[in-house]
Design a binder for this molecule. Structure first.
Ligand code: IMP
Ligand code: MG
Length: 178
């Protein structure tokens, strides 16, 4: 069993890069077909999606613009719709076919808020591509058009995902051990 220790927590290898890339290949094929001639604006969410975005976008055979945005973390309350700040969005979204690229849908709050924000900015068509979804953790209504893999409701690191900023550069996915 291969493990890594990050800040005193042990994680074990649960998903090798080769299996991730097979799943990425699958959604990239669908995206190539469905986004052809749509002149999409791909918006990858930093930091977590940087590895996924690099692998996914190089497998999508569609001409489109690629840009990166950051989201400020929401602060506990979800009663107000105004808890998510989008940082670094310089492209015009109004009238564009926007494809969000995100690492993970967990509760779905982040994606719920982000898609509402992009719709309010006038995105013509909005699609969401996500590396991982945790169906057992889902609590908000979310759009997820392209899901590479569904995983159990456990904390994972690697392939861009972090534990307190560490672990993003691990090639494979590691799961927090009890
Ligand atoms: P949500 O708003 O609850 O859907 O959370 C989504 C965000 O939480 C993702 O963009 C990740 O940054 C983070 N996240 C959720 N689960 C994990 C995990 O298992 N490992 C690392 N980050 C996670
Ligand atoms: Mg994130």
């Amino acid at each position: 069993m291969k493990t890594v220790t990050i800040k005193g927590r042990r994680f074990r290898l649960t998903l090798p890069e080769s299996e991730i890339l097979q799943a990425v290949d699958r959604i990239a094929g669908r995206m190539s077909e469905e986004l052809a001639d749509k002149n999409p604006l791909f918006l990858a969410i930093l930091n977590g999606s940087f590895v996924f975005a690099a692998d996914l976008l190089r497998r999508i055979d569609v001409a489109g613009q690629v840009s990166f945005i950051r989201l400020s973390s929401y602060s506990g309350t979800d009663s107000s719709g105004d808890v998510l700040k989008v940082i670094g969005l310089t492209e015009q979204v109004n009238g564009r076919n926007v494809v969000v690229i995100e690492d993970m849908i967990d509760s779905g709050l982040t994606m719920n808020r982000l898609t509402a924000h992009l719709s309010a900015l006038g995105a013509a068509d909005l699609k969401v591509a996500v590396l991982f979804m945790k169906p057992e953790a889902l609590r908000y209504d979310v759009k997820a058009d392209y899901v590479a893999l569904s995983i159990p409701n456990d904390f994972v690191v690697g392939y861009g995902l972090d534990y307190d900023g560490y672990g993003r550069n691990l090639r494979d996915i590691y799961t927090l051990m009890p």
